[in-house]
Design a protein around this ligand. Structure first.
Ligand code: PLP
Length: 216
């Protein structure tokens, strides 16, 4: 499918899900996950008016950020290595994957405002990054102490292989915790489950495959 059609189809699915949920699609940020995609592919989406893009590796993102127009909002959605957090904070206004104190400390050194999500390891998967539910309050309190890294809300990547019902209950839990913190933003939902995430309160959905086609 040409990128125009898949993009507008995703846009339409967002409209439909929002209408069903009684929400306004203008409150939703669609982040086009452009990891592994070329500058040309990103430019064609840009020419359709799209401005929010998500990348997961600094080295891959730098040439794209350098080559593409400056009014793009770049979202970092990958593993946040502490030793790269300062550089990442200096080029990505949004970082979705804070889960360690050292990442915050390093990002602060960039001395530039960062919109921050805390990544929550909602299913307590051993090999997965993210803060456990147990440590979430403490980590959240720590993040609130920073000067440049501004807490926006929670982010989660549902476990691969979870059933739709399980995923829904994880999304609900993230929504409940976000409300409890008095936060407004929720980064959840990917190509396979963004409609459900929208039903459950997501404000930032991260969609790659459904827009660009499958990755090799
Ligand atoms: C790759 C990726 C996505 C997009 O996944 P799709 O299934 O292609 O939509 C979303 N979030 C994160 C954190 C990712 O790494």
């Amino acid at each position: 499918m040409p990128i125009e059609s898949s993009y507008f189809s995703v846009r339409e699915r967002i409209e439909t899900a929002c209408a069903k949920a009684g929400r306004s699609s203008s409150d939703i940020s669609l982040i086009a996950v452009s990891k592994t995609r070329t500058i040309d592919e990103i430019a064609s989406l840009y020419s359709l008016g799209h401005r929010d893009f998500g990348e997961n590796r600094l080295q891959e993102a730098i040439p794209k950020i350098t080559a593409l127009p400056k009014d793009i909002t770049w979202h970092f959605i990958g593993t946040l290595q502490s030793n790269k957090a300062r550089r990442i904070a200096s080029v990505f206004p949004f970082i979705h994957t804070f889960s360690k104190e050292s990442q915050i400390e390093e990002a602060e050194k960039a001395k530039t405002t960062v919109q921050a999500f805390i990544e929550v390891n909602i299913a307590d998967e051993p090999q997965k990054s993210g803060v456990s539910l147990e440590k979430l309050d403490e980590f959240h309190a720590m993040l609130l102490q920073s000067s440049y890294v501004h807490f926006r809300g929670l982010m989660t990547i549902g476990p691969a292989g979870a059933s739709a019902d399980q995923m829904r209950s994880y999304f609900r839990e993230i929504k409940r915790l976000t409300d409890q913190f008095g936060a407004k933003s929720i980064s959840m939902g990917m190509s396979g489950d963004f409609e459900m995430a929208l039903m459950e309160g997501a404000t930032h959905i991260r969609v790659g495959t459904a827009i660009f086609g499958s990755r090799d």
